[in-house]
Every structure is written in C-alpha cells, then in structure tokens.
Ligand binder design. Structure first.
Ligand code: GDP
Length: 331
C-alpha cells in the first residue's frame, strides 16, 4: 500500500516529514493549519492529518482540570519537567471554553509554564480561539494527534473547570485528573457537580502551605469519592497530596496515572475507550457541521427572526416553528 505521505503535495509532505522528525516549528505550523478557518488550509490540514494518523495514538493522554487558581499551570509545569526528566517528550494543549468568546486563551499568557516551554522536549500550545470545525475541543483533538506523530509520548490537555469543557477533555484523554485545593469545600462541590463521573485521579495541591489541612482535605475528598459508584469498575480514585510549587508528590501522582492506564490497557478497556472516543468525535463533528449549515442556510436566515418572535409571543408552538425552519433548510 502506498505511504499516505507520498500522496501529499510536496510542501505538505515536507511539513509532515518535519513533524515526524520532531521539528517543533513544523509541529506548530501544522497545528496552525489545522486551526485555520480558510477552506484551502483545512483541506491541506486534513490531508496532512490523514497521512500522520497511522503514526499517532502512541501517547499517554492525560486531561487536567481544576478551578482557576488551583494551580493547574504550575502543576502541569512541574509534572512536565518531571516527565522530561524520565525521558518523555511532553506536549501541553488546552481546551478553553472562554477563548471562543473572548478571543483570549488560558495558555495565552506567556509567563505561564515558562520553564517548561524552554525545554527542548516540550511543546506548549495555547487553545485556539474558536471558529473551528466542531468547536474548540476539536481543534485540540486534532492537535493531539499531530503531537503524537511528532513523538510526544505524553500529551496533557488542560481545561478550566467550567461548562462542558471537562466532558470534552475527559472524552479525548485516557486518564482525567482534577487539581483540587486543600480548602475542600469548593472541590467537594465540584465533585458533587458531576466531575466524579469523569475523574480518575485527584491531586490536592498547595500542600506546602498547611500539610495537615491538605491531609484532611485529601481524606475528605477520598471519602466523598468512595461513597459514589466508581465509573471505572474496581478503580478507587486515588487522592494524592502534592505541592506543584515545591515539586512534592508529583512522582506519586504520575505513578497513580500510570497504574490507572496500565489497568485499562490490561483489561482491553483502553482500546475500547479510544474507539468510543473516536466515534463520539465523528458524531460531534457531524452535529456541529449540520448546525453550521442550518444557520448558514439563506432560507433559515430569512425566516428565523419572524419565527422566533411568533414563538416568543405564543403565537406559534416551538415545535411548529422548528419544523418550519427545518423544512426551509431541507435538513
Ligand atoms: P491555575 O489558574 O489553576 O492555572 O493556577 P496557577 O498555576 O496559575 O497558580 C495560581 C497561584 O497559585 C500562583 O500564584 C501559583 O504560584 C500558586 N501555586 C500553584 N501551586 C502552588 C503550590 O503547590 N503551593 C503554593 N504555595 N502555591 C502554589
């Protein structure tokens, strides 16, 4: 069978080969192409991605979430440096639900992860600011594949603990971690709020400030989690006290992540999880694309305003208005 790389245009083939040769600039360029809203860029990116796909999939995909200020970026930097020390190559990506609105980015601030970004084996990419096929999270998913092809064997996807972004990140990673704070109140709330269905490992950060309080918080969170049905059968979510600032507990945290993934791998659950994630991703792109086409349809644009008003005034049922719009768009 022909190597899919040979089917690319010469410039794109060069770019793909440079990505495979671990060239960070080529990696950044390929991701920029993926994030572009220009149709010709997207077509090129899609061909490059198809060629790189057989070389992807080799990373430990780790999701990291937590409230703003919990210390996620400090933690990821510490973990990243630790992993580089173990001989890994680390990529850090982000899903930021606020960036699509504000145009900003959680990793946009250059001072974040400054030390890690200077390391040869690390690649850090702020989240794209919207306008992508399938939304922000899809850009990140695709970037993850390119990072893997570029030899990054640990890909960390960061997100802030708001909205649907946690679900999106849990839906693209092998292991999902929560960075919590010792003042457990807020984090217990987060756990109740539904993150418990997603989280595989918890790090209670800033344990250097008050080690005793951190231990209490870790136990409280552990107990709260133990009362709930585990989402991964037989897996008790470990809660590790860490100090991202002082690099304490990072090795133990990583050990728990490895233990979790090894367990998934041994039972065949990892392959099943990734297959499910790929299918969900496909479905999400179709949904997103259908919506985009619907809203871009001239008949919908023409009629939606009046129909919305009728529904708001009670002159028409929502179902009837929706049916009229769908008929107009012929979807
Ligand atoms: P993020 O918003 O979750 O990414 O949080 P940051 O990583 O930006 O950290 C927020 C603040 O907490 C910064 O001032 C950090 O220096 C501080 N911080 C992070 N980790 C630790 C830690 O382990 N110990 C202490 N004492 N401070 C920390």
């Amino acid at each position: 069978m022909a190597d899919p790389l040979d089917l690319l245009e010469p410039a794109d083939r060069r770019l793909a080969r440079d990505v495979l040769a671990h060239d960070r600039r080529a990696l950044a360029k390929a991701i920029t192409l993926l994030e572009s809203s220009r149709a010709d860029h997207r077509a090129r990116a899609s061909a490059i991605l198809a060629a790189l796909l057989p070389r992807s999939g080799g990373a430990f995909r780790l999701g990291v979430s937590g409230a703003p200020g919990a210390g996620k970026s400090t933690f990821i930097e510490s973990l990243g440096l630790h992993l580089l020390g173990l001989g890994h190559r680390v990529a850090v990506l982000a899903v930021d639900p606020t960036s699509a609105i504000s145009g900003g980015s959680i990793l946009g601030d250059k001072t974040r992860m400054e030390r890690l970004s200077r390391e040869e084996g690390a690649f850090i990419r702020p989240s794209p600011s919207g306008g992508l096929l399938g939304g922000v999270a899809h850009g990140t998913r695709e970037a993850m594949l390119v990072c893997e092809a570029a030899g990054h064997d640990v890909v960390i996807v960061e997100t802030v603990g708001v909205g649907q972004s946690e679900t999106a990140v849990a839906g693209m990673t092998d292991c999902f971690a929560l960075v919590a704070l010792p003042n457990a109140g807020d984090d217990l709330q987060a756990i109740k709020r539904g993150i418990v269905e997603l989280v595989d490992v918890v790090a209670v950060n800033k344990c250097d400030i008050d080690p005793a309080a951190a231990r209490v918080a870790a136990t409280q969170i552990e107990n709260a989690l133990a009362m709930l049905r585990p989402h991964e059968p037989g897996w008790t979510v470990p809660v590790v006290a860490v100090s991202a600032l002082r690099q304490q507990g990072i090795d133990e945290f990583w050990g728990q992540c490895l233990r979790f993934r090894a367990r998934l791998e041994a039972s065949g659950a990892l392959a099943a999880k990734r297959r499910r994630q790929a299918l969900d991703w496909m479905a999400a792109i179709v949904d997103h694309e259908l919506q985009a086409r619907f809203h871009a349809h001239p008949a919908v644009k023409r009629e939606i305003g009046a129909l919305r008003e009728k529904v708001a005034e009670g002159a028409m049922t929502p179902a009837a208005a929706a049916a009229a719009l769908l008929a107009a768009a012929s979807v």
